[in-house]
Design a protein around this ligand. Structure first.
Ligand SMILES: Cc1cc2nc3c(=O)[nH]c(=O)nc-3n(C[C@H](O)[C@H](O)[C@H](O)COP(=O)(O)OP(=O)(O)OC[C@H]3O[C@@H](n4cnc5c(N)ncnc54)[C@H](O)[C@@H]3O)c2cc1C
Length: 462
């Protein structure tokens, strides 16, 4: 099907206003928050634009669009808010970008089942605003809470500030409705446990839209806790703080927020315990007795409260300066800043040895780690890398080599290269190694569910 015929048939389904073909529109939809400054060997892929953007209003629209895409073998890329930081929405083979923003209804809030059923284009913050009326909240609370959609968060299996007790976005999914590439609608049951066959929710959790378009999801919701206690602890080293966090976890203590951060020589642990009164009291009392054994000093509540209150600021700035803007606007915002942040998941027993090896890799380079962190659980380890001196002495090529070494090191340590944002386009070339032999099975699944390879082709190393 040529482009004109494709566009004409999409207009027949959606009307003219919901089919965008202007260059400026194709430009702003063909990237997310990944910039060329953090993208290393894939800069040329930013040249690829979608052929057309569609903004369906209903699931029936999506069924019809997918049917056309499948018959004409046209790639189709689901698009939430485009806030992903790895280039997962980049149309590597052109095609149709499908903006889900108008599928944004809250279909049902069930406080007895403790679930909300929503359309996939709903912004997470909008759900929370509604849930507040019922004294409930969503468990997923990323920095990007005011701008990211439920469908995008499920497809990247994102992690947020409350993941310590509520888990990642994927862990909160109860059921999913999705349009498969064949044009069939699949719906899973809203129950928390399966033993008669696999749980098909996982076909869509953390899979970047390669198996279909999520149209609805039922996700867990949580009563506003009776009690909340913030605290901040200072440690003599990241290593001491890490051992303290591991001890809390081993005992079964799950602070809602557990963020251990080392910046320069300062290591702080930000904690939030919440839940029913007696439970919070018990967890907090035991925490207070454990942390000093590792040199922890309680320095009050203020720093964690401030940190908590500012947690969505970066997304609010992003909304103001870059969301839905052209690439030039998005890219100027990062003003050539040379840096990268990595989110690695490792067995607990490997984290400190891994950190040491990262130091060794960086020692002879022009780069240093400016922040190490543990987020939510001891296995989830992050680092932010910047030039040691002035930016001019360090190059993007060198940073690229270092990042790749650090990610491959995680794989060699039995870990994975990214626990939070998905591989997207940026880390696509490393997915096969990350998944090991399971990647062959993923390929078989992909070719049987999507024989014409229309759903977000070339992502997840497929
Ligand atoms: C300032 C800022 C802060 C951030 N903070 C965090 C954070 O704390 N934690 C975190 O995890 N991430 C964070 N992110 C990254 C980003 O917000 C998340 O990855 C988010 O989940 C993406 O949501 P989105 O709606 O923008 O999805 P998009 O970027 O539009 O899409 C992401 C992926 O999901 C697929 N997709 C989208 N909708 C659907 C659907 N309905 N069906 C199937 N596939 C779909 C897309 O094809 C793509 O592969 C941050 C980003 C920014 C800019």
């Amino acid at each position: 099907m040529n482009n004109k015929t494709l566009v004409d048939s999409l207009i027949t389904i959606l009307g003219k206003d919901r089919v965008l073909t202007q260059n400026a529109d194709l430009d702003r939809y063909s990237t997310d928050a990944l910039t060329p400054f953090r993208s290393f060997g894939i800069t040329h892929l930013f040249d690829q634009l979608a052929d057309v953007v569609v903004i369906p209003q209903t699931v029936d629209h999506i069924l019809e669009i997918v049917k056309i895409a499948n018959e004409s073998h046209t790639p189709i890329i689901p698009y939430g808010s485009g806030t992903g930081v790895m280039g997962a929405v980049m149309p590597l083979k052109s095609g149709i970008i499908l903006d889900t923003r108008n599928l944004n209804s809250i279909i049902n809030i069930n406080t007895q089942d403790r679930t909300a059923t929503v359309e996939s284009g709903l912004i997470i913050e909008s759900l929370d605003i509604e849930l507040e009326k019922y004294s409930f909240s969503a468990g997923h609370d990323p920095y990007s809470h005011p701008i990211a959609t439920i469908g995008g968060a499920i497809s990247t299996n994102g992690v947020g500030y409350k993941a310590g007790s509520y888990g990642s976005m994927g862990e909160q999914v109860v059921s999913i409705e999705a349009v498969l590439p064949s044009g069939k609608l699949i719906t899973t049951k809203s129950v928390p446990k399966y033993s008669s066959g696999p749980n098909f929710n996982h076909l869509f959790i953390g899979t970047e839209g390669v198996f279909g378009i999520i149209t609805k999801a039922t996700i867990k919701i949580f009563p506003i806790p009776e009690s909340r206690i913030f605290s901040t602890w200072a440690f003599n080293s990241f290593e001491d703080g890490f051992m303290a966090c591991s001890k809390l976890h081993a005992l079964g203590i799950r602070p809602t927020l557990m963020d251990l951060t080392q910046e320069n020589d300062t290591t702080l642990l930000y904690l939030l315990h919440e839940g029913y009164v007696e439970g919070v009291y018990a967890q907090k009392t035991r925490t207070d007795s454990i942390l000093p054994d590792f040199g922890g000093r309680n320095i009050g509540t203020t720093k964690t409260e401030e940190y908590w209150n500012k947690r969505h600021d970066s997304a609010l700035n992003y909304k103001k300066q870059a969301l839905a803007q052209t690439r030039t606007v998005k890219w100027n915002r990062s003003s050539n800043r040379l840096f990268d942040y990595l989110h690695i998941c490792l067995p607990i027993s490997k984290v400190l040895e891994y950190k040491q090896e990262c130091e060794t890799i960086l020692a002879s380079s022009n780069f240093k780690v400016v922040e190490y962190a543990i987020w939510s659980r001891p296995e989830m380890f992050s680092l932010m890398i910047e030039p040691k001196q002035s930016q001019s002495s360090a190059s993007k090529e060198e940073l690229s080599v270092i990042v790749e070494k650090i990610l491959r090191l995680a794989q060699n340590f039995g870990g994975i290269m990214e626990y939070c944002h998905g591989p997207g386009t940026k880390l696509n070339h490393l997915v096969q190694e990350d998944m090991g032999s399971a990647h062959d099975t993923l390929k078989i699944l992909k070719s049987s569910i999507d024989p014409n390879n229309i759903m977000n082709p070339s992502k997840l190393g497929l």
